[in-house]
Design a protein around this ligand. Sequence first.
Ligand SMILES: NC(=O)c1ccc[n+]([C@@H]2O[C@H](COP(=O)([O-])OP(=O)(O)OC[C@H]3O[C@@H](n4cnc5c(N)ncnc54)[C@H](OP(=O)(O)O)[C@@H]3O)[C@@H](O)[C@H]2O)c1
Length: 301
Amino acid sequence: MKIFVTGGTGFVGTALARKLVEQGHHVTVLTRKIGDFTPGKGISFIEGNPTEGGAWQEHVAHHKAVINLAGASIFKRWTRESKAIIRDSRILTTKNLVSAMRNCKVKETTLISSSAIGYYGPHDDEELDESCAPGDDFIASLCKDWEAAALEASRYGVRVVICRIGIVLGKRGGALEQMVPLFKMGLGSPLGTGKQRLSWIHEQDLVRIYLFLLDRENMEGPVNCTAPDPVTNREFTKTLGKAIKRPTFMSAVPGFILKIIKGEFGDVLLKGQRVVPKKLLDAGFVFQFPRLNDALQDLLG
Ligand SMILES: NC(=O)c1ccc[n+]([C@@H]2O[C@H](COP(=O)([O-])OP(=O)(O)OC[C@H]3O[C@@H](n4cnc5c(N)ncnc54)[C@H](OP(=O)(O)O)[C@@H]3O)[C@@H](O)[C@H]2O)c1
């Protein structure tokens, strides 16, 4: 299958593109800076800024599936400017992709677009499946608009799947890249009350979910991409410390300090969501890493 990928140079996109090529697909990666990448067997790169329309859009129409992973990192202090970049890099990209899919030359195309579990906003300990309502903070509003932009493609007969992705745990990038150095310095400790739920997923399970969703033509709409066992921040801290054999402090970093250091993003770290992958489990998807301890041992042990 010919698959067009935005964000295919990023943390998730690199792992996904590698797996798709391994499985015999041909992947076209859109990147803003082609200089850093060389094409190989089963993979080619085209240059273009997905937040702007351009010649890159003509390529989209020749692909059977489009996977949309582009988006500026949220792991930074949120200012008015950085929030605009975080938002535009997702919403404008998705609008431009959908507009390009209007002219698809291939029948029965699929768009798998990203969203995040932040869609649900902060919650206590109740389970959240795909039918739950969105929240109303910055990330929730962003996810709502990001999803709406992608769902527009269904008007052109495209099957649209929205991956509400949890905190991706992987070897090169994402949350662990931020956390492990601190834990290695012996600075690992829970955040705030430590009771907030952290809904995570192993990068290899996420990649396998994309393959599953490409195949399952009856699946559409939002799909929670999280492991079936969300843990509290305190449990996460303990398990991560154990995986890298470092002591952790069970006295927590006070919430107000985190807010001073990280600003509004600190607030996100202090609140959580207990998200469950109901649609995937109902559809028979089998997680290779359903438990946090096994996932962290595999990645770091
Ligand atoms: N990682 C997680 O834990 C997680 C959790 C929930 C949701 N997600 C979502 O999943 C997607 C992939 O995540 P990731 O961790 O793989 O992200 P990533 O490593 O930061 O990569 C995202 C890609 O987006 C492109 N990009 C960056 N800034 C951009 C901008 N200003 N305008 C347009 N494109 C830009 C980059 O491609 P080029 O530089 O090649 O153009 C980059 O490779 C993102 O949309 C993210 O929001 C991730």
